[in-house]
Design a protein around this ligand. Structure first.
Ligand code: PEP
Ligand code: MG
Length: 883
């Protein structure tokens, strides 16, 4: 079997589309080699070796060693050096590289191959002993940390102590002799910590590093990351071994990272940072503040440190040329790493750049305008779920801002919450229903769960390419990074800035758009959508087949839904209106009434309020379809439960507390979700359905008169299981429509339909469609009743089901296409067979979930309905499903 794939010198054994085998990094290094770009030669050990490694008790295939040696020899031939040679040694980097980039795995070991002998050879060949010993100490530090498991703190402490003793400020103050002393100390530390010396044999070093990469695939952080991102463990990682090029060979050397466009805004401008006389990790480590690459960026930042454009114009020009070429070649924004060794540019990595949703939109629309992408491709480029980011609140410009510090605007959106300093605490607070801002000096992959649990992230160290910034952007969470004016004291659990000290639990607000950190709670504004948003949504609307409606009942939600482009209301849950203001009193009177007469009297009070609600909804939706569902929940949901509440309510209503208590006890149910709810209410108390139907029809007549536009309400009966049941309720609705027509003399068009949320209803959809003019799949209840999993209690036991891959996803988030989906498909078919014009929609939570929307398209539903903020997501997902 071929396990090892070489690249470099203008050719490669791999290419970009081999990322499953070579990992993302390896496949792109091969691709860049094939493109003739300057890539240091090297080779990739495939992901199949990782799979083999774990399937065979952490051992390697027998023929791997020979293939690695042959590939090393090839690198040696290209570079004119030999790995392990005492005169002209080849040094290499070792990097992990899975299909998807994965923080949490072993990242990089640089300068591998250095030992007490080769360091001297490097000192001679470079003519720079300081460089040689600096590289050697970096290698010992990195290798000991990531391969041998010796905490890097030991080495940093040594360095700090040494600098203090010698009165040095910067690392660059250290001479060759200084570094030599430190190398000795570092080696002693390894000996003391591990009881064995730092490995001197380059071959041992290399296999140690390879083993560390494969080992890191299964470490806790990597497992957690995979779990969060749905990456299967079976993918494995590749290992990339590559000839070293040095950015730390003096003032004509440098290293940096860049995006071909701005990953925050999407603006067409090179965006990146570099450091002169440095190695890769220095840029992201935040030890030295990086410099801007372009002059324009330098000027904009008001920096007096030279840009790459000024400092190394030739290498810069070559770099710009290559960035343009890569962007065109990959047809997407690239995130690249490069090193300049004594004026010569080397490309170390390219990959599609992670970006904010805002940038993703702008880039997709721009690339389409530039003719690089078709409109359809541009639509396909946006992750619908990422649109959430654009729909986040921002701080009201009119609000008073008590700014205590400003950092980098690392990830857009504003958020407020209690200060917490620890990721576990963030998770606990979230579980307890509290909102927190995670405040850290810096974040690491160990903080991923805490970042997830937080409203936003604030760090005092690290730039726009720091861990916190990149990860928060990916999560769509607001983040302010590198707020250097802030002091975090983990021991004291305080945060200090501008003379203000905040404790754990105090409220702060961060603005990821400006980098500001504010004390206290600040007024937020609803999001404003960019021009690109409208453009892309327009393209999406042009290709989608399914309509998108919203689940909304309040005027506020209905207006928001319209603003987001909803094409009607797919579900108005009337019970939500029963809780507003005075209404709950009338609702309770109705429940307490001893007979139908009493109930009707209470309902009469509710009628004008319901009617006014519906008039408003119809007018906001001006002519678009509005589906109104009759009362669904069990009546006890409207009653107080504790003795105290009962007493309070009874007093307020002027009712007898004992009677109220008795009624609440009567209505108590062991299994309310399968109890006295849905159309069962209308069967027992038809007067409730009649009042609601009257309110709907009178409102329709009134709204039509006011607007001059026809209003065609869709009256929906919930939780139907049989046709006779629906018929009984429908009869009352039709009778009420006739009555209203007669009373008002107005024409009235309407439809009566049902929710399909019980398996029996799905199975008998053929006959139910004889009475129903539309079906709306209530997949929340249909999931609950099909799987026999309570939607209210699932959280306590569902976790292991997805973790252990018993279920592919939470069935209340993404529709269980095989089970629940089969019922939907069958009901759609049977229903349509009976009534060709039957309108089909979905209004469970799944209506806003992209994967479920794709399923709905496959069944041929007419529309999906979801919460207002998910309407744009649904529009885009529906378009992608139709492509
Ligand atoms: C459903 O069951 O999917 C539904 C939309 O109704 P509700 O969530 O109100 O039960
Ligand atoms: Mg339901």
């Amino acid at each position: 079997t071929k396990w090892v794939y070489s690249f470099g010198d203008g050719k490669a054994e791999g290419q970009a589309d081999m990322r499953n085998l070579l990992g993302g990094k390896g496949a792109n290094l091969a691709e860049m080699s094939n493109l003739g770009l300057p890539v240091p030669p090297g080779f990739t050990i495939s992901t199949e070796v990782c799979t083999y490694y774990y399937a065979n008790g952490q051992t390697y295939p027998a023929d791997l060693e020979g293939q690695v040696q042959a590939a090393l020899d090839r690198v040696g031939a290209i570079t004119g050096k030999t790995f392990g040679d005492s005169e002209n040694p080849l040094l290499v980097s070792v990097r992990s590289g899975a299909r998807a980039s994965m923080p949490g795995m072993m990242d990089t070991v640089l300068n591998l191959g250095l030992n007490d002998v080769t360091v001297e050879a490097i000192a001679r060949s470079s003519g720079d002993a300081r460089f040689a010993y600096d590289s050697y100490r970096r290698f010992i530090q990195m290798y000991s940390d990531v391969v041998l498991g010796v905490d890097h703190g030991f080495f940093e402490d040594h360095l700090e102590e040494y600098k203090e003793r010698k009165n040095y400020k910067l690392d660059t103050d250290l001479s060759a002799a200084d570094w030599q002393v430190l190398v000795g100390k570092f080696k002693d530390t390894v000996q003391a910590e591990l009881g064995r010396p730092f490995p001197q044999d380059p071959r041992d070093q290399l296999w140690g590093a390879i083993g560390a990469v494969f080992g890191s695939w299964m470490n806790q952080r990597a497992n957690k990351y995979r779990e969060l991102h749905g990456i299967p463990a079976s993918w494995g990682t590749a290992v990339n071994v590559q000839a070293m090029v040095f950015g730390n060979l003096g003032e004509t050397s440098a290293t940096g990272v860049a995006f071909t466009r701005n990953p925050s805004t999407g603006a067409k401008e090179l965006y990146g940072e570099f450091l002169i006389n440095a190695q890769g990790e220095d840029v992201v480590a935040g030890i030295r503040t990086p410099q801007d690459i372009t002059e324009a960026a330098r000027i904009a930042a008001g920096s007096d440190r030279p840009s790459l454009e000024r400092a190394m114009p030739q290498a810069y020009a070559e770099f710009i040329r290559i960035c343009g070429l890569l962007e065109k070649h990959y047809r997407d924004v690239q995130d690249v790493e490069f090193t300049i060794e004594r004026g010569k540019l080397w490309m170390l990595q390219t990959r599609n750049g992670k970006r904010t949703a805002k940038a993703a939109l702008k880039i997709a629309v721009d690339l389409a305008s530039e003719g690089v992408l078709t409109h359809e491709e541009a639509i396909g480029r946006i992750d619908p779920a990422a649109l959430d980011q654009l729909l986040h609140p921002t701080i009201d410009p009119a609000a008073e801002r008590k700014i205590i510090a400003t950092g980098l605007p690392a990830s857009p959106g504003a958020a407020g919450g209690e200060v917490v300093f620890d990721s576990d605490e963030a998770e606990q607070a979230r579980a307890a229903g509290r909102r927190v801002i995670l405040v850290r000096i810096e974040t690491s992959p160990e903080d991923i769960h805490g970042m997830h649990a937080s409203e936003g992230i604030l760090t005092t160290r690290g730039g726009m390419t720091s861990h916190a910034a990149v990860v928060a952007r990916g999560m769509g969470k607001p983040c302010v990074s590198g707020a250097g004016g802030l002091r975090v004291d983990y021991a004291a659990q305080t945060l200090t800035a501008g003379g203000v000290t905040l404790k754990k639990g105090d409220w702060i607000t961060i603005d990821g758009g400006t980098g500001q950190v504010l004390v206290g709670e600040v007024k937020m504004l609803e999001p404003q959508l960019s021009g690109e948003f409208g453009t892309l949504m327009g393209w999406a609307d042009g290709v989608r087949r399914m309509k998108v409606r919203a689940n909304a009942e309040t005027p506020r939600d209905a207006r928001a839904a319209r603003g987001f482009g909803a094409e009607g209301i797919g579900l108005c849950r009337t019970e939500h209106m029963f809780f507003e203001g005075e209404r709950i009193v009338a609702v309770r009177e109705m429940i307490l009434a001893d007979d139908e007469k009493g109930r009707r009297a209470a309902l009469a009070k509710l009628l004008p309020m319901q009617r006014a609600d519906f008039v408003e909804l119809f007018s906001i939706m001006s002519g678009l379809p509005v589906t109104i569902r009759l009362l669904d929940p069990p009546l006890h949901e409207f009653l107080p439960h504790t003795d105290e509440e009962i007493a309070e309510v009874a007093a307020a209503m002027g009712a007898d507390a004992d009677k109220l208590k008795r009624r609440a006890a009567e209505l108590h149910e062991f299994n309310p979700m399968l109890g006295f709810r849905g159309c069962r209410l209308a069967v027992a108390y038809p007067e409730i359905a009649e009042m609601q139907a009257r309110a709907i029809f009178e409102a329709a007549v009134q709204a039509a008169k006011a607007s001059g536009q026809p209003v065609i309400p869709e009256v929906m009966v919930p939780l139907v299981m049989t046709k006779p049941e629906l018929d009984l309720v429908k009869e009352r609705i039709v009778a009420m429509a006739e009555a209203v027509k007669k009373e008002t003399g107005a024409a009235l068009d309407y439809q009566v339909g049902t929710m399909i949320e019980l398996p029996r209803a799905a199975l008998r959809a053929g006959e139910i469609a004889e009475s129903a003019e539309f079906f709306s799949f209530g997949t929340n209840d249909l999931t609950q009743t099909t799987l026999g999993i309570s939607r209210d209690d699932a959280a306590s036991f569902l976790g292991p089901y997805t973790a252990k891959a018993i279920l592919p996803a939470d069935p209340f988030v993404t529709i269980d296409a095989e089970g629940v989906g089969e019922l939907v498909r069958l009901a759609a078919e049977r229903g349509r067979k009976t009534r060709g014009s039957l309108k089909l929609g979905i209004c469970g939570e799944h209506g806003g979930d992209p994967a479920s929307i794709a399923f709905c398209e496959s069944v041929g539903l007419d529309y999906v309905s979801c919460s207002p903020y998910r309407v744009p997501i649904a529009r885009l997902a529906a378009a992608q499903a139709a492509l």
